[in-house]
Design a protein around this ligand. Structure first.
Ligand SMILES: [Zn+2]
Length: 238
């Protein structure tokens, strides 16, 4: 009897190893193929949108604050417009200023492109999973990977890209990245955009420095934020 239960324990243990190996192997295959399984991403403890909804006043739509502590309101509606180059969409209210900014940059010999504009909640989830898988592959534990990924990728429901009010601006050729970031840092406020995640303010924004990520807040707020060097969190603090 005793021998039987020992045998059973060994079998259970072996089955556990086979199962774990199978999971690891399939994850590795998916990773090596560059695929994150396109399925309903499980809402397990890797991420959880904050309970508190961002305050939204239609007449102050440009000042909605979405971050790690404030998620996008459940019934938030975005009227999108696709950019001319066909790549991505943005909230149509920001297009005139965005267009002016791009026209002026091009006139000065730069080659900017909106790499990322609007993103769905599902796309945001997928991005976070990509980052977590990438870190797991580098040897970090699940816990470490999840924590580190969130410094780079906002949790689904808390990304400004899901509002359609943020754009990631890069260089088409890839050769003018530095010049473009420099130009944006000096001029974007004139068009109503702010550098949303400045260097040295990571504690406040919860996001690493992103010289390419610009958020539309309107010209008045952008000028003030530029002059005072505040983050949107600080600017809107009561
Ligand atoms: Zn961004």
């Amino acid at each position: 009897m005793r021998r039987f239960s020992t045998l059973r324990l060994i079998l259970i243990f072996a089955a556990g190893i086979v199962l774990a190996f199978g999971i690891a192997l399939s994850a590795r295959i998916a990773l090596s193929a560059g695929i994150v399984p396109d399925m309903a991403f499980p809402d397990i403890s890797f991420y959880s949108a904050p309970a508190q909804e961002a305050a939204y006043e239609p007449e102050k739509w440009n000042l909605i604050l979405v971050n790690r502590d404030h998620r996008i309101p459940d019934n938030y509606y975005v009227d999108l417009i696709r950019l001319e180059n066909g790549g991505t969409e943005v909230d149509m209210r920001i297009l005139p200023d965005l267009q002016n900014m791009f026209d002026d940059m091009r006139q000065q010999g730069l080659d900017p492109v909106v790499g990322e504009g609007y993103r769905t909640n599902r796309e945001q989830k997928k991005m976070l999973w990509h980052k977590i898988f990438e870190l797991l592959q580098q040897g970090y534990s699940c816990h470490e990977a999840a924590a580190m990924a969130k410094e780079w990728v906002a949790e689904p429901g808390t990304s400004e890209h899901e509002l359609g009010l943020a754009v990631d601006i890069n260089s088409i050729s890839g050769e003018q990245e530095y010049d473009i970031y420099r130009w944006l840092a000096d001029n974007a406020h004139r068009y109503g955009f702010i550098l949303r995640y400045p260097e040295g303010k990571e504690e406040i924004t919860g996001i690493a420095y992103e010289p390419w990520h610009y958020r539309y807040v309107g010209k008045a707020a952008a000028e003030e934020i530029y002059d005072t060097e505040l983050t949107l969190e600080e600017y809107l603090a009561p």
